[in-house]
Write a protein that binds this ligand. Structure first.
Ligand code: P6P
Length: 383
C-alpha cells in the first residue's frame, strides 16, 4: 500500500519467494538457490560496509598496483562466502570454472575472476514440458538440473577506494547446454563449464547485488525485473522496486572513452550526435562512467540511457566484459525491464559463448536510445 510503511508490512525477499513456491511447488529449488544467494549478498555487503571489511589486508605487498591487491583479497573472500552459502543449501555442488591459463586473448589468468558455478544434481523440475507458471519463465518447471554461474565481486579493484562493486549471477537449465539428449555427469569442471555456455536468451534467471550507498538486489526470473533493498534495521532485502521498467529514453551515455580513438567509426558518429545535441531528441547527453559495471548498469536501468563496452582495435578486440557471467546476465535483466541489448550485430542474448571467459562487445540500455544507436552501427564493421 502507499504512505509510510507500517512495521512488519514490508515484503521481504524471503516472503516473496515463499509466496511464489506456495503457488508453484516446482519453484522450491529456485527458492533455495535464491535464499543462498541472498545470504551471501548480505554477508558480502556487511563485510564491504563494515569498518574492518576493507582494511587493506591484501594478499600481496605489490604496492605499485594497489587496485590489483584489493581485487585479489576481496575476490577471494567474496567467492568463498558465496560458495559456502551455495553449499549450505545441501542441494547444490559448487566448482570453480577452469581458468584457461594459455589463451592470452582472455588476459592474464590472474585477472580472470574465478567463475563460480553451482549446479544441482538432484531431480529438480519435472524434466518435461511443465505447466504454465505465472510471473516466471516456464523453463523453471521442467529444468531437471540447474547450472548457476557467478561473478562474486565485479569491480572489486575499486573497493579500496570505496567505489561500488557488485555480485552477478545467471541460472540455466544445465541440460539445455548440451546437444539433444546428451546428459553428462556434470561432475567434472570441464563438463560443468559447458553447462553455462548458453546464450543469454536461455537463462532461467539473472540478477545482481549492487553494494553502494544502498545494497540493492535486482533480479528477474523471466517475468518482470524486481529490486529489493537491504534494510539494515532488519537485515532483510525488502521489495522496493517491483516490476522495474527502464525509461524508454535517457540522456546519459556510459562507456570508457579512453579507448575511443580506436572505436568503430559508425559508433563514434553516433556519439558525436548525442554529444552535440544533433541526435533524434536534439538533446545533449551527459557521460557517466564509474568503471564498475554493476553500478553503471543499475544507473542505466534507473535513469535510462546506454551502457557500452565496444571492441577497440588496440587493447580489447572483443571489449573488456566477459559474456557468460557479466554482460549477458546484465542484458537479460535490462531486457526484462523493457531494455534492449546488442553485440553490435545481433542481440546480445543471442550470442552463444564458446568458452566461459570469452568477452563480447556489448551495448545495452533504453529501447529508443538503442534503436538510434543501432541505426548507426554498420553490422559488418563490428567483428
Ligand atoms: P575498463 C571491472 O574491472 C570491470 O570488470 C567492470 O566492472 C567494468 O565495467 C569494467 O571492468 C571496466 O573496464 O577497461 O573501463 O577499466
Amino acid at each position: 500500500g502507499g504512505g509510510g510503511s507500517v512495521p512488519g508490512a514490508k515484503i521481504t525477499l524471503t516472503r516473496w519467494l515463499s509466496a511464489k513456491v506456495q503457488d508453484f511447488p516446482e519453484l522450491r529449488d529456485m527458492e533455495s538457490l535464491h535464499l543462498s544467494i541472498q545470504m551471501a549478498c548480505k554477508t558480502i555487503s556487511n563485510l564491504i560496509h563494515s569498518s574492518s571489511g576493507i582494511a587493506p589486508a591484501t594478499t600481496s605487498d605489490d604496492t605499485n598496483n594497489p587496485r590489483d591487491n584489493s581485487m585479489k583479497r576481496l575476490d577471494h573472500i567474496s567467492k568463498t562466502i558465496l560458495q559456502n552459502a551455495l553449499r549450505f543449501t545441501g542441494r547444490l555442488r559448487v566448482v570453480e570454472a577452469p581458468r584457461n591459463e594459455n589463451s592470452d586473448e582472455e588476459g592474464p589468468a590472474s585477472h580472470q575472476p574465478g567463475v563460480t558455478i553451482a549446479y544441482a544434481l538432484d531431480q529438480y523440475g519435472s524434466g518435461k514440458e511443465g505447466r504454465k507458471i505465472s510471473g516466471v519463465d516456464d523453463k523453471w518447471g521442467r529444468a531437471r538440473r540447474l547450472a548457476a554461474c557467478f561473478d562474486p565481486l565485479d569491480g572489486s579493484g575499486n573497493a579500496d577506494a570505496a567505489i561500488c562493486t557488485g555480485t552477478v549471477f545467471g541460472v540455466f537449465d544445465a541440460d539445455a547446454g548440451f546437444k539433444g539428449g546428451e546428459s553428462p555427469d556434470l561432475t567434472s569442471e570441464a563438463s560443468l563449464a559447458r553447462a553455462v555456455l548458453q546464450p543469454g536468451n536461455k537463462l532461467l534467471a539473472a540478477g545482481y547485488c549492487l553494494y553502494s550507498s544502498t545494497t540493492i538486489l535486482v533480479f528477474s526470473l523471466g517475468g518482470g525485473t524486481h529490486g529489493f533493498t537491504l534494510d539494515p534495521t532488519i537485515n532483510e532485502f525488502v521489495l522496493t522496486h517491483p516490476n522495474m521498467k527502464i525509461p524508454k529514453r535517457g540522456n546519459i551515455y556510459s562507456c570508457n572513452e579512453a579507448y575511443s580513438e580506436s572505436w568503430d567509426e559508425n559508433f563514434k558518429r553516433y556519439l558525436k550526435t548525442i554529444k552535440t545535441g544533433t541526435g533524434q531528441t536534439g538533446q545533449r547527453y551527459t557521460q557517466r562512467y564509474i568503471g564498475s559495471m554493476v553500478g553503471d548498469v543499475h544507473r542505466t536501468l534507473t535513469y535510462g540511457g546506454i551502457f557500452c563496452y565496444p571492441s577497440d582495435n588496440v587493447v580489447h578486440p572483443k571489449g573488456n566484459l566477459q559474456l557468460v557471467y557479466k554482460s549477458a546476465p546484465m542484458a537479460y535483466i535490462l531486457e526484462h525491464a523493457g531494455g534492449k541489448s546488442s553485440n553490435g550485430q545481433i542481440g546480445l542474448l543471442s550470442v552463444t559463448p564458446k568458452t566461459v571467459h570469452e568477452r563480447s562487445p556489448c551495448f545495452m540500455g533504453s529501447p529508443d536510445d538503442m534503436d538510434e544507436l543501432m541505426s548507426y552501427i554498420d553490422r559488418n564493421a563490428e567483428n
